[in-house]
Design a protein around this ligand. Structure first.
Ligand code: HEM
Length: 297
């Protein structure tokens, strides 16, 4: 039985950091995998910080071909029929740290960056925090249709017997909100855009096909497990989309549907927010990580 990295399912943490790394030298890119994998060993209980580590799919495949699931990096911009674009900003590795407060996340992140620095440097950093318990910065509850923690592993984890078992596929995408445009909409229009009520997240009976929940309907595309968080400053902020699935196609199909590549209908939410990053990472099981540094499963 392959055990997943536990931070994926560790809910209720107040402070988050997402660090994306790029190798210093392409020739020695493979050295990044053991460098990141060895971070976990002494640190798993340090300061109560959860650490989730992942890799560019192609890099992981080069290091552990037997344990690599069917997936690709976010290697090309996704462009809809009207030119709306989701940029591809794939990097080599990701660390998602979460904890009870930013000081412990900060210290652990700095120690990790120092340790990895001979092999790779940080190219993207975002810190996140919950807003009004479970709301996105649009003011809507985010996560209503998420699976419970009982069901989430079946949805997010690659099953036993398949390459990458106990691992998961992460889509990490940072979205910057146009707060002025969004807040100038009356609440009933915002509700039509999302497809749910703002106060208590009840699905609208007459939700439009271009509504966000219409574009990402899990009955159609399959289920995913989201750990989205708000990010940013008062002046510039949005959503860090953090979505996990056992199957990359579910995430990729939702993005295609949002940009309008499926049926020329673009997600109404994309009129008010735009993705500024986009990357897929493979998040291996803890056994697979340990094997990278020569420890048995
Ligand atoms: C700015 C970015 C985004 C915001 C603010 C946002 C917000 C929301 C909100 C408020 C809901 C309704 C409540 C819920 O069920 O959680 C929702 C549903 C959902 N979103 Fe997003 N979302 C964003 C991006 C995305 C992306 C990029 C994906 C997929 C790749 C996605 C997938 C989903 C799914 C699967 C649902 C549930 C749909 C269903 O009812 O089956 N979201 N989102």
């Amino acid at each position: 039985m392959n055990v997943p990295q536990s931070g994926i399912f560790a809910l209720g943490t107040a402070s988050h950091a997402y660090l994306e790394f790029e190798v210093n030298d392409r020739e020695t890119a493979a050295a990044l995998v053991p460098a990141v994998a060895s971070l976990r060993e002494p640190r798993t209980t340090m300061g109560g910080v959860n650490l989730v580590a992942g890799f560019r799919p192609e890099l992981w495949r080069a290091v552990a071909p037997e344990d690599a699931p069917e997936m690709q990096g976010f290697n090309r911009d996704l462009v809809g029929p009207d030119g709306y674009m989701m940029p591809a900003t794939q990097h080599d590795a990701v660390l998602w740290l979460s904890g009870s407060a930013y000081d412990v996340v900060f210290d652990t992140a700095r120690a990790a960056i120092t340790e990895i620095s001979p092999v790779a440097g940080v190219s993207e950093e975002t810190s996140s925090w919950p807003y009004r318990h479970d709301r996105d910065l649009t003011g809507f509850i985010d996560g209503t249709e998420n699976p419970s923690l009982i069901d989430a592993p079946d949805i997010a984890l690659i099953p036993e017997g398949s390459p990458g078992a106990g691992g998961t596929i992460l889509l990490l995408q940072k979205w910057s909100h146009d707060a002025v445009a969004w807040e100038s909409l009356p609440v009933f229009r915002q509700e039509q855009v999302i497809g749910r009520t703002k106060l208590d997240s009840v699905e609208l009976d007459d939700r439009a096909p271009e509504s966000h929940v219409g574009r990402t309907d899990q009955e159609r595309f399959g289920k995913i497990f989201r750990r989205n968080m708000p990010y940013g400053t008062v002046a510039e902020h949005g959503t860090m989309f953090v979505g996990f699935s056992a199957d990359q196609q579910r995430l990729a199909s939702m993005l295609e549907s949002m940009v309008g590549l499926r049926d020329s209908t673009r997600d109404a939410l994309t009129l008010y927010t735009r993705p500024v990053t986009g990357a897929y990472y493979f998040i291996p099981s803890t056994e697979a990580l340990r094997q990278c540094i020569g420890l048995s499963g």
